[in-house]
Write a protein that binds this ligand. Structure first.
Ligand code: GLC
Length: 811
């Protein structure tokens, strides 16, 4: 097996790199919730405030060669003129040793050249909107060393799309100067046509060290026909003290340093923003002075780092497990929940392969927040409330929104969007027990897609969503697919307005079951009756039309012909309608097993399940049109779509087939795919899921595409913790329902639940895959009559509880 370019340090929750020229940037996100950055293993990356589209602070060239630049660069120039960096980019100079690591909320980069060690740690200050650069220099020799240190960042014109198309005009709206009083560079983008001009920030780049020279002009700094690899001003050893009124801005700060024998020094750089530069410039400068004053206080940077680490510690600590599989344990305890935070923040918008202009997707964020609902229900609720405010009065919502960008949302009516918020509302209430959120008043979206009208309770919003589906039923009594359902590319089967979606029917049933439980708790008996009837109607329609003999169809097209049938030449079988049949609980278990077995036989590639097969051949075949021109094997055209794999895992777990669920879980773990295929083929991060891997019909099968920003993050998190480990919040309490590999002897989960710390120990002496025989909480037996629920009553008054679970067949 090829040597891996990284290894994991589990106690430190780090991934440590030993190779830096990876096939694509492997990034880490740094954020305090408002100010954000990503940085790669090579030091490439960018930073933005609130929105990567409107307030992009530093630049990143998405289509650049070499890839992954610019970034957050520190140049160290030795007396003999050699220039090197703690990060792999930008200098080509060979160093004697190099390391880099990503951890939750920070990245570190260390290089050693001769006897000088330079180590850079980047993280976002929790209390200030500033990216902190903590640079440590250590002279390991017995003699003094003198060197020049330069910190450099290329600044952006905030509006990323405008900058791309009109940057050559708009560069006259830039002003970057060295402010003597602040001892920092300040930068303002002075265009009043900015959609949020009043808030438009003052960017600052300051240092804890004496500034010996500076440069605010990128082209001056780099020199004619050069780039960041060998900037002429660094080569000269001194910057030109150039300010900039129009042009391409940058922040470059220089400090000459002498390190005595054995001496260690700390230098800090602060790249931050202060709101309101255009509205009140001198106030913004004064506020910046206060911030810089605070950050320059002794110990301030370390204290900010400790606070950032604490945030992550608390977040991850909500659920931690001990299982007999190190790779998966690391994934469940650290990397998967970490990625779920990123998707909760960034939806599908920004990564090294997503340029930050996509806004947030309604259904995407509703799903992303499922992984927060059990860790931070308040955070998930904030998003839920926002999403509900994006529903029109008829119950259907817009599809994509730009909450930070001051622009109207986009409405192309999908058949599924509104259903996803039912699951989110349920998940939040299941965790918190707080039904009252359903009574909160939330406005509807006005037809202009900017303003709001009226308002109704969250409960009413959910009801209108359900009603929207009821009012959009097709001839066979199944929901119309409308523009498309969860599968963006499936719409063409229903372009004439008659196609129906089996997946949406399954989703509707699942939503109705949750709504029924909620209605029961609210004492709304008529709704319970109504929902029960609707479920029955859908179940009957599915029983009549969905079964194809060996699996379930995916839909019926405009002519009522089956989609996803053995009779078709392409797209004979689709994964989602198999797994969602199990999830929604319609139909019979034997048929579920039959369908899931067919899915395995037809779709399992050994590195993941295909979304459908066989895909349409790529262009120039006639059929390529049906797949929207996608090449065979990519994404929804016969690709390994990872989010759909999560639902298959959940379905297998629900069927009690723990071994199968585990095989599906393990085989798509990036770490596993890399071990099988190698980094050069998979390309993507070993610690974050990508959206899709190319399927068998593509020469590059196994290539992980669109990493980081994918619904896989949240769903895999939910699949692992709630369905495999089986610690599942429900309205009745915390359900203990493991579906594990039979060879697991035992496992343990620490979980905070409604203010109580649960230490759950699960024993599996009979080596079953599913089934709970006995549960005790602090020594007292739990009645298993209706399932192993740990209710609030059982926990009442406890801050800590020992939960012992014994798996096995129940007689
Ligand atoms: C992407 C989209 C998501 C869609 C999925 C399948 O992940 O963001 O909304 O459901 O693709 O088409």
């Amino acid at each position: 097996m090829e040597k891996l370019p990284y290894k994991f340090d589990d106690p430190a929750r780090q991934i440590c790199f030993n190779q830096f020229d990876l096939p694509q940037p492997w990034i880490n996100y740094l954020s305090n919730g408002k100010m954000h950055a990503f940085v790669s293993q090579a030091g490439g990356g960018m930073t933005w405030w609130l929105s990567p589209m409107v307030f992009r602070i530093s630049r990143y060239r998405f289509y650049n060669l070499p890839i992954d630049s610019p970034g957050f660069y520190v140049y160290i120039r030795m007396e003999d003129g050699t220039v090197w960096s703690p990060t792999f980019r930008p200098c080509d100079t060979k160093v004697d040793a190099r390391e880099a690591a990503h951890g939750p909320g920070y990245s570190t980069f260390t290089a050693k050249k001769d006897d000088l060690v330079a180590s850079l740690k980047l993280f976002m200050a929790p209390d200030h909107n500033a990216l902190l650069w903590d640079l440590r220099l250590e002279n390991e020799s017995g003699e003094a060393v003198s060197c020049d240190v330069f910190a450099y960042v290329e600044l952006s014109q905030f509006l990323s799309q405008q900058e791309n198309i009109l940057g050559y005009y708009l560069k006259w709206n830039t002003r970057a100067v060295f402010d003597e009083e602040l001892q920092a560079i300040t930068y303002a983008y002075t265009a009043w046509m900015h959609p949020r001009a009043e808030e438009s920030p003052l960017v600052y780049f300051g240092s804890s060290a004496r500034v010996d020279s500076f440069c605010c002009d990128r082209d001056q700094f780099c020199g004619n026909y050069r780039d960041e690899r060998n900037p002429v001003e660094v080569e000269k050893g001194k910057l030109s003290n150039t300010n900039l009124q129009g042009g391409e801005p940058c922040g470059a700060l220089h400090s000459h340093q002498i390190l005595e024998a054995g001496e260690k020094k700390h230098l800090h750089f602060y790249l931050g923003v202060t709101e309101g530069a255009l509205a009140d410039y001198s106030k913004a400068v004064r506020d910046t002075q206060v911030t810089l004053g605070t950050l320059r206080m002794p110990g301030a940077v370390d204290a900010q780092f400790a606070k950032s680490c604490q945030w992550w510690h608390d977040h991850l600590n909500v659920l931690q497990c001990r299982i007999p599989d190190e790779d998966a344990m690391r994934n469940i305890n650290t990397w998967n929940p970490l990625q779920s935070v990123q998707t909760a923040r960034y939806s599908r918008s920004i990564s090294s392969s997503a340029s930050g202009v996509r806004g947030i997707g309604f259904r995407d964020s509703a799903q992303d927040m499922l992984a927060q609902a059990y860790r931070k229900p308040e955070w998930a609720y904030e998003m839920l409330e926002y999403l509900a405010s994006q529903q029109f009065e008829d119950g259907h919502p817009v599809h994509i929104m730009w909450p930070e960008e001051n622009r109207p949302a986009q409405d192309i009516t999908r058949s599924d969007n509104h259903l996803w918020i039912v699951y989110l509302a349920y998940a939040i209430i299941a965790e918190s027990g707080d039904l009252s959120i359903l009574d909160r008043q939330i406005p509807f979206l006005a037809p202009d897609m900017m303003n709001h009208t009226g308002g109704a309770s969250l409960w009413e919003h959910l009801l209108r969503g359900i009603d929207f589906t009821e009012k959009h039923m097709g001839e066979h009594g199944l929901p119309l697919i409308l523009f498309s359902d969860w599968n963006d590319h499936l719409g063409p089967f229903g372009r004439r307005g008659k196609g129906e979606s089996i997946m949406v029917s399954q989703q509707l049933i699942y939503a109705l079951r949750q709504m029924t439980e909620l209605a029961q708790l609210r004492g709304e008996q008529e709704l319970v009756v109504k929902f029960t009837a609707r479920i029955k109607q859908q179940e009957e329609a599915l029983a009549q039309y969905a079964w194809d003999g060996d699996w379930y169809l995916r839909g019926l097209d405009d002519d009522g012909k089956p989609v996803g049938s053995h009779t078709a030449q392409h797209m004979r079988i689709w994964l989602n309608s198999q797994s969602w049949m199990v999830i929604c609980g319609a139909g019979k278990k034997e048929q579920h097993i039959h369908a899931m077995d067919s899915a395995k036989a037809q779709l399992d590639t050994g590195i993941g399940l295909l979304l459908n097969t066989p895909g349409f051949p790529g262009w120039p075949s006639q059929e390529a049109e049906m797949a929207n021109g996608l090449p065979a094997g990519y994404s929804e055209n016969g690709g390994i779509f990872l989010q759909a794999n999560c639902w298959a895992i959940i379905a297998e777990a629900l069927l009690g087939r723990g071994d199968q669920a585990w095989q599906y879980y393990k085989q798509v773990m990036p770490q596993n795919v890399i071990q099988k295929l190698g980094v050069e083929r998979y390309k993507s991060e070993a610690y974050a899921y990508c959206s899709t891997m190319l399927g068998i019909a593509n020469e590059k099968c196994g290539w992980g595409c669109v990493s980081q920003v994918t619904g896989t993050a949240a769903w895999m998190d939910v699949a692992a913790t709630q369905y495999i480990l089986g610690i599942r919040p429900t309205l009745k309490g915390l359900l203990i329902d493991p579906s594990i590999p039979a060879n697991w002897e035992q496992y343990a989960v620490e979980r905070y639940y409604r203010g109580c710390k649960l230490s759950i120990q699960v024993e599996n002496p009979d080596h079953v895959q599913h089934g709970v025989k006995a549960v005790t909480v602090n020594g007292k037996s739990v009645d298993l009559e209706n399932g192993a629920y740990i209710t609030e009553d059982i926990l009442s008054g406890c801050h800590e509880a020992r939960v012992c679970v014994r798996m096995g067949e129940r007689r």
